[in-house]
Design a protein around this ligand. Structure first.
Ligand code: GLC
Length: 495
């Protein structure tokens, strides 16, 4: 394990603090947003994160984390690369937030709750007994795991991460540990984790599970930010970890075949000792990938910026931005703020160009379906990835130090040279795509949408390369120009 120097420790602490403040869905985030409004709250959180990232970067501790023990024991960099390979290539996953909270769907006794749907119990201080009564109405008979997984596949997603247990504590599978599980507590009685695991297996997608290991508003003793509001929640954290969290993690990691990702969430009250207790379960799934939310200052395998894309990526760090297709994570009746195709594609591309993954969230409704507007958009994204996936999957980050003015770049490097994929957001009206700083000789350039790969005319000068494009963009949002260069990619420093 690498020791941190005092400066990097300070950076790490500042960044940890910033992360605690900026994370939407937690108490501080909620306070900011309630106090200053959604937009201002967001801006404040983003500024704090930005400062922490810059400070961490300047002190050599990007985002406050030192690359140390990654949670699965000791491994060489080559072993780590091998373990991370599928995930780095995958780029795009489906996050599914689903539990009892979809029944009230953000409405409590006729009042629309301001915050994200899955936090309703906490925000409205709903008693354990009343919240559990929602489970009696949770009968999502239209749920079809295969359809959901096929939709993810159609969108181009390569993995699924599903909430095995969110903060409301309902295990979405047949847990022997607590009767507060979907099989015993709801009329539905089906093991959703199993159905999704089987469907992913059948259709060739990697399967991962989210598990709220520290916070739980139903199983007593767990961390409850702001304190408990119902004596049924009272208890002791270590006992909760020993009796609920750890045995449930053991269940989900041993019963459903290969689990490729374990997505911890919120590390309230998790010190190093507790994190070590929990971390021991990882041995059940050799090769598993974990995020950075276990607690105890474990950096995990990948950082998990929430709802935002770091401006300069996270150099030296694997990362995955989780983002919802609307504003909430769990289903919320009033949230109709669906991101359009263009935004979803730009986020996917932006992340790929920064070497990050895009974990795009959907929240199924009480019938068990992904809301129709989300389905529509995922299909639109799928039409694009079907034609342009080559420029996303298996690519690595842009070699350009400065962001390209008209879009983004991803690349694939091989022994002879490299293929550069130019994702053009703004198609040039004068037909000339200027590529500032490209020093390599262009071997060939063509439109990805052109099956004939008809060569585009190119020119080079001191400023870089120019590619001559047809007047009409092949795609209304993002069109791909592919450029093949010889040798190592060589980009001049930009002023
Ligand atoms: C937050 C929230 C939670 C959501 C998650 C997604 O930590 O507490 O509701 O599951 O982030 O990133």
């Amino acid at each position: 394990m690498r020791m941190k120097n005092p400066v990097s420790l300070a950076a790490s602490s500042l960044a940890c603090l910033a992360r605690a403040v900026i994370r939407p869905g937690n108490l501080t985030g909620a306070v900011f947003e309630k106090r200053y409004g959604m937009e201002h709250g967001m801006r404040i959180r983003q500024t704090v994160l930005g400062l922490a990232v810059v400070f961490g970067y300047l002190t050599g501790s990007p985002c406050g984390y030192a690359q140390e023990d990654l949670g699965t024991g000791k491994e060489t960099p080559a072993q780590r690369d091998a373990r991370m390979q599928w995930w780095r290539e995958a780029k795009f996953g489906m996050f599914i937030h689903w539990n009892t909270s979809c029944v009230p769907g953000g409405v409590y006794h006729g009042k629309h709750n301001y915050f994200v749907g899955e936090w309703l119990m906490h925000d409205e201080k709903v008693s354990v007994a009343e919240y559990r009564s929602y489970a009696k109405q949770f009968n999502p008979v239209k749920f079809n795991a295969e359809q959901m997984v096929l939709l993810a596949k159609e969108a181009g997603m390569r993995y699924v991460v599903f909430t095995a247990k969110h903060h409301d504590g309902l295990a979405m599978y047949a847990s022997k540990v607590s009767p507060w599980n979907i099989v015993e507590a709801t009329p539905f009685k089906r093991d959703v984790v199993k159905e999704l695991a089987d469907a992913c297996q059948k259709h060739g997608l990697r399967f991962g599970l989210y598990y709220s290991h520290a916070m739980d508003w139903n199983n007593p003793g767990a961390a409850v930010p702001g304190g408990i509001w119902d004596k049924a929640q009272a208890g002791e954290m270590d006992e909760y970890l020993r009796k609920v969290s750890i045995p449930q993690l053991e269940e989900i990691l041993s019963r459903y075949g290969k689990i490729s990702v374990l997505w911890f969430d919120t590390s309230y009250d998790m010190d190093r000792r507790r994190a070590d207790m929990v971390r021991a379960v990882l041995k059940l799934q050799p090769g598993i990938i974990i995020n950075d939310r276990l607690g105890g200052d474990y950096p995990g395998d990948a950082a998990s910026p929430e709802g935002s894309i770091p401006a300069d990526g996270m150099p030296g760090r694997d990362f995955e931005t989780c983002m919802s297709i609307n504003d909430t994570w769990g289903f919320k009746i009033t949230d109709q703020n669906w991101k359009p195709r263009k935004v979803l594609l730009e986020q996917l591309v932006d992340l790929a160009s920064k070497g990050g993954n895009y974990l795009l969230n959907v929240g199924p409704n009480p019938e068990g379906e992904i809301p129709a507007p989300a389905v529509k958009r995922l299909k639109q994204v799928g039409e694009w990835t079907k034609l342009n996936g080559e420029a996303i999957f298996g690519t690595s980050a842009s070699p350009f130090k400065k962001q390209l003015p008209w879009g983004r770049c991803t690349k694939k490097v091989d022994a002879a040279g490299a293929t550069l994929f130019f994702h053009v957001f703004q198609w040039p009206t004068d037909g000339k795509l200027a590529v500032p700083g490209l020093k390599n000789q262009v071997e060939t350039a063509y439109l990805l949408a052109d099956p004939a790969k008809k060569p585009l005319q190119t020119a080079a000068d001191a400023a870089g390369a120019t590619i001559h494009l047809p007047a009409a963009a092949p795609d209304k949002d993002i069109s791909l120009v592919v450029v093949r260069v010889k040798g190592q990619v060589d980009i001049a420093d930009q002023p």
